[in-house]
Design a binder for this molecule. Structure first.
Ligand code: ZN
Length: 286
């Protein structure tokens, strides 16, 4: 593992975290990085500065090499029109299954929240391996993810490993597929030991099942043609609208304010007319 010093660029952006309450997985919501989005812009210029030229996909990520924010990006890949070819593997050695274990929770909706990763069962102290070759962008504690590592890979993807008990690598480390990067754990908003694993491109999550066979612990294909289909689920999520409950609010007041019926609010949120609202609670109204 080679350490490359990459403390050069810090670009702030917004992110939003939420959580939910499901046993054995996260007890609070996990990363929804979709509050603000802009049109996709992908540049193709080649960078010649040695230090940053080592950062995979530096230009595609708008020169953003942020070592403090887990989700610093702000793009909308639901609007992409072209197919982006991403090489996942040239040989069997180019991919390593991070943790072999049962799936505790899949990518997708959990109750009313979207779970942007896959939860893999493990024991505290189990090895967590890098999935692909790349450079570690994030290795820090996050209140939701707990100890979390994000790796920017040579193929353009970023993978995220959360709820870790111990770091075995640090920001700037160059890792190969299969290198030990951390030990599994139960840190952050987690109800039990597991690995929360995400795959993202330019910050936008894709379903890890799109590329990885979690039953057999291997890739499904050697090259991924990334298209807007990989992000179609986000179109539905982003249509949804939420209202944050304030002091004195009631379902009837929210219904009037948002021009919907109380029945619709109850249906959208899985609550009853008599449910007690909490200040700051997000109520979906569309
Ligand atoms: Zn999870």
């Amino acid at each position: 593992m080679k350490n490359v010093i990459l403390s050069c660029l810090f670009i702030a952006a917004s992110t939003s975290l939420y959580s939910q309450n499901i046993g054995g997985i996260e007890d609070e919501l996990i990363a929804e990085n979709v509050p603000k989005v802009t049109d996709l812009t992908i540049t193709t210029a080649t960078l010649l500065v040695d230090s940053v030229a080592m950062i995979p996909f530096f230009n595609e990520y708008a020169s953003d090499w942020n070592n403090s924010k887990v989700h610093p990006y702000n793009v909308d890949l639901t609007k992409m029109t072209d197919s982006i070819p991403l090489v996942l593997s040239h040989s069997e050695c180019d991919y390593a299954h991070s943790v072999c274990g049962d799936i505790n929770s899949e990518f997708g909706y959990r109750r009313n929240r979207f779970h942007y990763g896959i939860d893999v069962d493990l024991n505290v102290g189990d090895d967590v391996l890098a999935s692909f070759e790349g450079i570690i962008r994030i290795a820090k504690y996050d209140k939701t993810y707990g100890n979390v590592i994000v790796i920017r890979h040579q193929n353009g993807l970023e993978t995220l490993y959360a709820h870790l008990s111990k770091f075995e690598a640090q920001v700037g480390d160059y890792v190969q597929a299969g290198d030990l990067i951390a030990l599994g754990g139960n840190t952050g908003r987690s109800t039990g030991p597991h690995l929360h694993f995400e795959v993202r491109y330019l910050g936008e999550p894709i379903n890890p099942n799109d590329i990885i066979d979690f039953v057999n612990g291997r890739l499904k294909m050697d090259e991924l043609a990334l298209t807007d289909e990989n992000f179609a689920y986000l179109k539905e999520i982003r249509k949804r609208k939420y209202y944050s409950v304030r002091s004195g609010d009631s379902l009837s007041r929210i219904a009037v304010r948002k021009g919907v019926t109380i029945s619709k609010l109850c249906s959208l949120n899985g609550i009853s007319r008599n449910s007690i609202l909490q200040i700051g609670q997000n109520i979906r109204y569309n």
